[in-house]
Design a protein around this ligand. Structure first.
Ligand code: UD1
Length: 388
């Protein structure tokens, strides 16, 4: 059975790593012989959407992902350019390779382009992390999720809320497989290695501005990530957030901020970049590696983020999390569902109120159903059962 997986952006890489490992395990296992006897021939395609070493290659190396067999070299651009160029290039790959399945993960532009191209070539498509819904059509990822789920033959869901979302849209049960969260496979496989890292080394390795810093004390620092267009693309939204973070969070405890390329570009555009350098309590870093982020999350008093994956990692690690969004496609991570995070949008009053409460909370790890580290094995088993 021939499978092509397509990845493009950073959050895809931690989702594909366990899938590739599970295929290798399957190919060398007794299950294969007792079961269908099928061997899986896997081809990895990278669209090239994320191309910086720190956004891409570092993750392949750290997570033991083999080099992509094919890189489409798409690079940055508007959404239509990224999706259109990926489709044009990926169609050629599919015509040449004729796989039985295309596997797409998450909700980035590669996910959308991969599923549409596969179906137009009459190739079966499987979506890992299906059924998530924010209900926010202004979020590019929501559009990607809706189309990908509408087209995919197999929908691998991370939680039962996602199954319900699909049911509400009329998706038949026979297409849905509740398998758990594949991100947590990666977290569990890398937890020990991350725990051995020293905070001081992480900061030294990634420092953005060349200046002295004091290593934060364990459990007494905050970590921030921001990259969503809804937060960083408008000066009237981004500037007050930055001011709050610098002056109020930074006054209480050191704040570590690995700056995403999109956020950096916007800060430069808005003329805020040089102003930032002067803030003593904020430690600015380049985008950090997988283990480094996990280690910082393990030691942080709280996280402030607009990322989806970090909300999930905070739930497992128990790190109190303020999510700078008005909605989430991952409600299972919210406090009201037993998780670690709370939605604060980008309203400063609300952010302040929740921050003042959250900074006193203790770490409280919880484990949603099937977030157990074995999701990828279940996915491979289901694909083999479905067959060619
Ligand atoms: C993409 C995903 C988003 C994901 C995020 C994680 C979509 C629609 N969005 O958003 O879901 O949460 O990745 O990072 O697919 N850039 C670099 N180096 C790179 C890549 C990008 O400097 O390696 C810069 C470019 O100037 C680019 C900007 O960052 O214009 C944004 O990159 P892009 O890939 O368009 O989207 P992300 O915001 O990263």
């Amino acid at each position: 059975m021939k499978i092509i997986s397509l990845v493009g952006a950073r959050p895809n890489f931690m989702k594909i790593a366990p899938f590739i490992k599970a295929i290798d395990k399957y190919n060398s296992s007794e299950f294969r012989v007792q079961g269908s006897g099928l061997t899986i021939n896997h081809i990895l395609v990278h669209t090239g959407q994320h191309y910086d070493d720190r956004m891409s290659r570092a993750f392949f190396e750290a997570l033991g992902i083999p080099d992509a067999d094919i890189n489409l070299g798409i690079g940055s651009g508007s959404h239509a350019e990224q999706v259109g160029n990926t489709m044009i290039a990926f169609e050629k790959v599919l015509k040449q390779e004729k796989p039985d399945w295309v596997v797409v993960v998450g909700d980035v532009n590669a996910t959308l382009a991969g599923s549409v191209t596969a179906k137009k070539e009459h190739i079966k498509c499987a979506h890992i992390e299906a059924g998530l819904r924010s209900g926010d059509m202004k979020m590019p990822e929501e559009v990607n999720r809706l189309i990908t789920d509408r087209l995919s033959d197999l929908l691998f869901t991370p939680d039962r809320i996602s199954n319900e979302n699909l049911h509400k849209e009329g998706v038949v049960e026979s297409r849905i497989r509740f398998v758990g969260n594949i991100m947590i496979d990666t977290l569990e496989a890398n937890r020990e290695k991350a725990a051995q890292l020293k905070l001081n080394d992480i900061i030294t390795d990634n420092l953005l501005f060349n200046r002295d810093f004091k290593t934060p004390e364990e459990n007494n620092f905050a970590v921030l990530t921001l990259h969503r267009p809804s937060n960083v693309d408008h000066k009237d939204i981004f500037e007050p957030i930055v001011d709050f973070l610098m002056h109020e969070v930074g006054k209480d405890m050191p704040l570590i901020w690995p700056v995403h390329p999109r956020a950096r570009k916007q800060l430069e555009l808005f003329g805020l970049w040089e102003k930032l350098e002067k803030h003593e309590n904020v430690i600015f870093l380049h985008p950090v590696g997988y283990h480094q982020m996990l280690r910082m999350n393990m030691g942080a008093r709280l996280l402030l983020t607009d990322s989806g994956g970090l909300q999930e990692e905070c739930t497992i690690l128990g790190t109190p999390c303020l999510t700078l969004r008005w909605n989430t496609e991952r409600p299972v991570t919210l406090r009201e569902h037993g998780g670690a995070s709370v939605l604060v949008g980008n309203n400063i009053e609300r952010l302040r109120k929740e921050y003042n409460y959250t900074k006193h909370l203790d770490r409280n790890p919880v484990r949603p159903e099937l977030w157990d580290g074995y999701t990828a094995d279940r996915i491979v088993e289901e694909l083999v059962k479905f067959g060619k």
